[in-house]
Structures are given as C-alpha cells and as structure tokens.
Design a protein around this ligand. Sequence first.
Ligand SMILES: *Cc1c(COP(=O)(O)O)cnc(C)c1O
Length: 457
Amino acid sequence: MTNEKIPYKIYLEEKEIPKQWYNVRADMKNKPAPLLNPGTLKPMTFEELRGVFCDELVRQELNDTDAWIDIPEEIQQFYKMYRPAPLIRAYCLEEKLKTPAKIYYKFEGNNTSGSHKLNSAIAQAYYAKQQGLKGVTTETGAGQWGTALSMACSYFDLDCRVYMVKVSYEQKPFRREVMRTYGAQVTPSPSDTTEVGRKILQEHPGTSGSLGCAISEAVEAATTREGYRYVLGSVLNQVLLHQSVIGLETKAALDKYGVVPDIIIGCAGGGSNLGGLISPFMGEVLRGEKQYRFIAVEPASCPSFTRGKFAYDFCDTGMVCPLAKMYTLGSNFIPSANHAGGLRYHGMSSTLSQLYADGYMEARSVEQTAVFAAAEQFARVEGILPAPESSHAIRVAIDEALKCKETGEEKTIVFGLTGTGYFDMVAYEKFHNGEMNDYIPTDEDLQQGFDRIPQVF
Ligand SMILES: *Cc1c(COP(=O)(O)O)cnc(C)c1O
C-alpha cells in the first residue's frame, strides 16, 4: 500500500466501535500480582473489595482469564457520542522533521473532558448505577479524571464527589468549574472533611496535596457513606480494560490500510492510556504472533518505571488502600511541581509493571522543557494543542522519527495523543517565559520514598 492512499484521518464507521473490551491479562503467562490486604497480606477477595468498589468492577479487576468482555449496550451508546476517535497520519509533522518515518497518532481529546479518561468514567458510572448506588467518590489531580467522571455521572444521574489535589484546585479554577457545571461536588485535598485528610494536614500543614493523599480521602468518603463506592481513573486493571477501546480502534484503523507499526509510544501516569493503546498489540506479542516495540514515557520528575522499585506498595499516602505490586517511588513520594499533573502518580499499573519486568516494554523519562518544546512543535504543524501529559509521547515520537532521519529507516511510529491542553495554558506560559525548570529528583530524594515501601515478599 502506498502512502498516498492513506488519508490524513482514518475514521472508522460507527458500527466499527468495539463491542467488547480486550483483557490483556488473559494472554499473560506471568499474571500481574494480586492486590493484597495490607493487614493480612493475603490477596484481596471479592468480598473485601466490594466494600470499596462496585461489584461488577471488582469482577473485572479480578478477572485475568477472559480475553473478551462485552461492553454493555448503554456504554456503547455513550461511546457513539464521541467515538470512534480518529487515527491521524502526521504528514505535516513528518514533513517538518524531514523524516522518512511514518507517524500516526490516536487522538482521544475529542470530548469535553478533553482526554481518554471518559472511556473508563462512563463504564464505571454505568456499573455504579446498575448496582443502585447513590453516588461515587474519587480523586483528581490535574482535573481530567474528575471532569470525565462528572460528565459520566451526570449522564446516569449519580452523585459525584471529587477530592481535587489542592494545588490544582487553586491553579485550575476552570477545570473545577467544568466539574461543577456537570454537578460534581469538588473539595480541595487534603481537607478537614475526612479523618485521613485531617491527619495529613496535621503532619504536613503547608502541603499542596498529592494524588496519593486525595485517594485516601476519597476512599474514606466512600466507605463511610451508605450507597457510595470509590472509583479510580487509572492504575487498576479494570481501567486498562476499558481503555482497550483505544488500542482496538487503532488496530482496526491500521489494519484497514495494511499498516503494521514498528514502535508504539504512550505517556504513562498510572498506565491506563498506554495499557489501553498497546493491549491488542501486546496480545499478539504475548501469543507469539507479532513483534512490536512499546515505549512508556514518563516525566523525569516522577520516574516510576525508569528509577522506581518493583515491589508491593500502597496505592495512596494514607495507606488505607490495598497493596499493589508495581513500579513505585514510594507512597509518600511527592513529585516536584511538574505541569503534567496526570503523570504525577508514585506508582504504575500492575499489569504494565509485570510486562515491563518481563521485558515486553521499554520506558524512557523526559524532562519538562523538552516536552513543551515538542508540544509546541507539534501544535504548530498538526493544529492540535496537546495536553502536557500527551506531549511526553510526542517528545519520544519525535526523537524516534529523528533517529530514522539519521539511519534512513522508514519506521512506522504510532503514539497516543491522550488529550488537549487548553486548561494548561499557565504551564505553556511558564515555558514561553523561560520560567520552567527541569527538576530531577536525586537518589537521596528517591531513597526517602523507597524507605517507606513496606517489606512484603
Ligand atoms: C490522566 C492523563 C494521562 C495519564 O494517565 P494514564 O492513566 O497513565 O493514561 C495522560 N494524558 C492525559 C491527557 C490525561 O488526562
């Protein structure tokens, strides 16, 4: 197939939106390690987990045998409002870079929440409604997850309570107001509305909060209130499962034109978009059918894969959540101010962690100013203003394309463009004014986080 035949945008038809999610764990020989009860150190059972999460989501969380899970009709219906998402051939970027590489990106920013997170938010809200719950609680960092969840909850008429990391609550009033427009109740975290929040405030009076701390508060708010459950926008197996729509659509679009990627790149915060994007391709690798290179990109300021430990750790600062085996910087690690709020989590999906440990994936960390330089370069030729998180993937896609320019290789590169950056203009402003720095934690900084990782073998 020649280049000319591939359109700028490859749209699937509505009827080609996936009707099932793909569960990559079914094809993994080394399954991700189970969540452990922090008290007994035994794997969390369905009964234990259902106190925190919705029943059906717990079933999905624990299911590592079924490769395909039906997407309920109502969720398919909702997906039709903003999916299929286009797969775009970055002809203009290729030309600008003068690279022989062929670059494609899957754009997930085409909905009001501005990111891929809506794919899982709508699923989680649906199962909460099905179970007859009154509402859900959650945390949000930069605000994308909270926005996506408030949209999903308003669609199903569910109460939505969001604990928003305090620094974002103050710096991103617009995100906060979008959430309130969709009817969510937004509380800056840490707050004095929960026991764990009050404890954290007492220990760190001036803290501007962290995702780990907001998670602890949201979990407490759910488990102490009748008819509420906690939902999480990343990290968990169930979220990767829902996000597999990204990869399934990408694969279907590439297959239409007989395009086979060499390298698939995604940014990694908790791992959900990357996991979703690579899942169907990873499945082929795991089944011995194909070979691809997968690259996870993370901020140098929060380097879970590239400098973290693969160990059982708490998912939250308050240490109320189960233990997950993952690449972690320690649950008390609070990254330096970095503008990619969605990539500031101390841990990583246990599914991706296992795949990385088993050598199926590569990881790279990149510095903030280099990320914004890539964001700007991309925006100027491709016409989309990317989210800082997504721009991590852009950075490495450009780097790989420039390598092809040196070697003359015509590699096909696919990356996930997870969202738009309209709410991140303060970060862009800092970059333009030369006020952005590239703080990289020292080994001593990281050691403080490692020292708090529990000793579980
Ligand atoms: C949340 C977010 C991410 C990172 O989350 P993952 O779970 O790692 O995908 C990336 N990009 C955008 C736009 C986000 O909102």
